[in-house]
Design a protein around this ligand. Structure first.
Ligand code: GDP
Length: 302
């Protein structure tokens, strides 16, 4: 029996990376019955045991319990959920300090999603070389804010080898998803890290693009220095499904304590009297940008 990682799914075949080689493998039908609540019983990212047939193909014998996974609503009129990718060690939200303009709302929405999926989150601010002193100071403010909330934070530039070294350390032996709008430098960063890569702009399906690549499945891209990049079309839709408005603050670490002081247990921290979160905000204990992101997200949940 060998162990491996599913790195791609073509429908009936799965590519399994054992570390030494990539084996085309099949999944016996019995697994389809076991995994009825999701549309794909075996997902990209799954760790599996497999036996090798005489012709060199593999038979998947066991799927290891998933540490986490990201789903989206099944497409093509199917019911239930589709697992996009499993066993992520971390997800990085990438923003650039400028070109395109940095959007804190994007970062905060992503962080809520990571909290909901229990995926370790990293905030990356790229293109630091384009920042003047004001931009650099702003990046430092963001570093202070997000590290104080418990998130890992990195500033990068494809021009700055020191920062690329840190990013490489972060990715080594980990399975990482990059999420961010088009143009912030996700492809450039990955190309700069691994001499084997020469991805074209947007080739990695933007890691987040909606609409495009809707028929493509996710894949894991092996890194030469160990680890994988998760290329997951449609990941942006891993939206805030199934979160009730009053639950949203559970995914903001700085609101957990203050919300205990709310008069109403289903307080949405928007307009209610005797609200612990609003009071904490007024005392300056919750950043304005975060409260603002919270209110915007709340709006979209209603
Ligand atoms: P993606 O859409 O997020 O994958 O972004 P790309 O990697 O395609 O980069 C978009 C543009 O930003 C390209 O013209 C890159 O050369 C440029 N770019 C990426 N990273 C940096 C950086 O750190 N500094 C500067 N100045 N430009 C960058």
């Amino acid at each position: 029996m060998q162990q491996g990682r599913v790195i791609q799914s073509t429908g009936s075949w799965y590519l399994v990376d054992t570390g030494d080689e990539i084996i085309e493998s099949r999944l016996p039908g019995r697994f389809r019955l076991e995994g009825k609540e999701v549309t794909n019983p075996l997902a990209v990212g799954d760790k599996v045991d497999l036996t090798i047939n005489d012709d060199g193909t593999g038979n998947i014998e066991k799927i290891h319990v998933r540490e986490n996974y990201i789903t989206r609503q099944a497409t093509h009129g199917k019911r239930g959920e589709q697992i996009l990718v499993s066993n992520l060690d971390q997800a990085c939200v990438v923003q650039s300090i400028k070109q395109p303009k940095l959007k804190e709302g994007f970062i905060d929405r992503f962080l809520v999603t990571c909290e909901a999926y229990e995926v370790h989150a990293v905030v990356i601010i790229n293109k630091l070389d384009l920042a003047k002193s004001g931009g650099k100071a702003f990046a430092e403010e963001l570093r202070e804010l997000y590290t104080s909330l418990g998130y890992a934070f990195l500033t990068t530039s494809i021009e700055d080898h020191q920062s690329l070294k840190k990013l490489k350390e972060l990715l080594t032996d980990k399975t990482t998803a990059f999420i961010g709008p088009s143009g912030v430098g996700k492809t450039s960063l990955i190309n700069a890290l691994d001499p084997n890569f020469d991805f074209k702009v947007n080739e990695i399906s933007d890691f987040s693009s909606k609409g495009k690549h809707t028929t493509t499945f996710a894949r894991l891209i092996p890194l030469s220095f160990g680890g994988f990049i998760a290329d997951t079309p449609g990941i942006r839709e891993f939206g805030l499904v199934n979160i009730e408005p009053w639950e949203l603050s559970l995914f903001f670490p700085e609101m957990l304590e203050p919300r205990e002081n709310c008069q109403f247990s289903n307080c949405t921290h928007e307009h209610e009297p005797k609200c612990g979160v609003a009071e904490a905000f007024e005392r300056g204990e919750i950043a304005a940008s975060r409260y603002n992101s919270y209110l915007n997200m709340l709006d979209s949940l209603k």
